[in-house]
Ligand binder design. Sequence first.
Ligand SMILES: [Zn+2]
Length: 129
Amino acid sequence: MSERPRCRLCKSASTQRIVIDDKVAAKTYIRCDDCGFIGVSPRCFPSKNEEKARYLLHSNNEESRGYREYLERFIDQALSPYLEPGSSVLDFGSGPTEQPLLRYLMEARGNSCSIYDPFFAPGRAWRGR
Ligand SMILES: [Zn+2]
């Protein structure tokens, strides 16, 4: 019998494995009995090459109408209510472009936006901000 994985959020050892087979692929999730966090088992994470290849399929520039609508809703509902005017934000996982759409939209609203992406924008200039 394998050891129970620890919760990635609270480090509790009181977790349960849940396997969901959606006919495309079976994935194992870990549910924490203490904090309620549910996350994909690290065993099911894609490799770094698979992850980068998937991100390269993204189209996250200003011509991407559906993505733009999604981001505008996200900004309006999840960011703007909590930001002071002129705040600086970090787009963590900014994707395969030098001008990510989130940065463009945030700057258009008077905010500054730093970007970071382990594959495409690995610089750390945002750390001092
Ligand atoms: Zn937990």
